[in-house]
Design a protein around this ligand. Structure first.
Ligand code: ZN
Ligand code: ZN
Length: 274
């Protein structure tokens, strides 16, 4: 069984890399990729644990690209987890995220809501595996008594179109694909079903996209069939996995969605020999 989409505590997953690998081993996985959001921090420990458990490990990442204010989750596989260029790019992505939140805090101040930006954003500086996000500001708004609930924080202040909302900016999918290629990796668009922008895929293939995630927890059999056919037509490979987070509200069970062996071999055959 092959699962190429999982998360650990290095991003928003619930298990450490070694606990994830123990779980993978118990579930009978033979190939595993860890694809944390915008960080490669789990790849080293997960690779070591996989080697000990006899599981083939694929170094991976899920990078958030942005196009037309939509997040385009882009998976990178067989990336060089030690690449300084990629590390610099990811650090820049983190900074962009922090700058955006700081700008929202400035806007809140214009409405008389004074929050301590340094304190709210400090965890992202202390620990570079932590990705700052709007929930951090929402928490501070609730704690400061400015709103009663998390939902109210988003509705009045932080949600799209709300008073302090700042649109996300970030690297384009084309740029992210190029960064992944620069480390010898392969790029795949994650969960294209929920993304709902199939019309973007041919252009991304022109930009070098290697694959599309046909098998995913949020795809029903019809969606999977659609992406298998689309990948075939576009001449690209397919990827797949559970998007396991060790969180019942998010993603399937580990190995709950898998990539067939022949599809995996086809993907692997695209890795350029450096
Ligand atoms: Zn995703
Ligand atoms: Zn994911």
């Amino acid at each position: 069984m092959i699962d190429l989409h999982t998360h650990t505590t290095a991003s928003d997953g619930g298990l450490s890399p070694s606990d994830l690998v123990s779980r993978a081993s118990a579930a009978g996985l033979t190939v595993l990729s860890v694809t944390d959001h915008d960080t490669l921090a789990a790849c080293g420990p997960a690779a070591a644990a996989c080697a000990a458990a006899g599981i083939e490990f694929v170094p991976g990442i899920e990078i958030t690209a942005v196009r037309d204010e939509r997040d385009v989750h882009t998976l990178g596989y067989f990336v060089d987890a030690a690449s300084p260029g990629l590390a610099r790019f990811l650090a820049h992505q983190r900074q962009t995220r922090i700058d955006r939140l700081r700008e929202m805090i400035v806007r809140l101040a214009r409405f008389g809501i004074e929050l301590d930006a340094d304190r709210i954003l400090q965890p992202a500086r202390d620990d570079d595996t932590k990705s700052a996000g709007r929930p951090w500001i929402a928490r501070a708004l609730v704690a400061g008594g400015h709103v009663k609930t998390w939902n109210e924080a988003f509705e009045r202040w932080l949600g799209r179109g709300a008073a302090a909302f700042v649109p996300r900016s970030g690297a384009s999918p084309d740029d992210v694909i190029a960064r992944i290629h620069a480390t010898g990796g392969l790029a795949s668009v994650a969960h294209p079903g929920p993304l709902g922008r199939d019309e973007w895929l041919p252009g991304l293939v022109d930009a070098g996209l290697d694959a599309v995630e046909a098998y995913h927890t949020d795809h029903d059999p019809a969606a999977t069939a659609r992406y298998l056919a689309l990948a075939d037509r576009l001449g690209i490979a397919v990827t797949g996995g559970s998007d396991y987070h060790a969180d019942p509200s998010h993603g399937a069970a580990l190995g709950g969605v898998t990539l067939p062996r022949d599809a995996y071999e086809k993907l692997k055959s695209r890795v350029r020999s450096a």
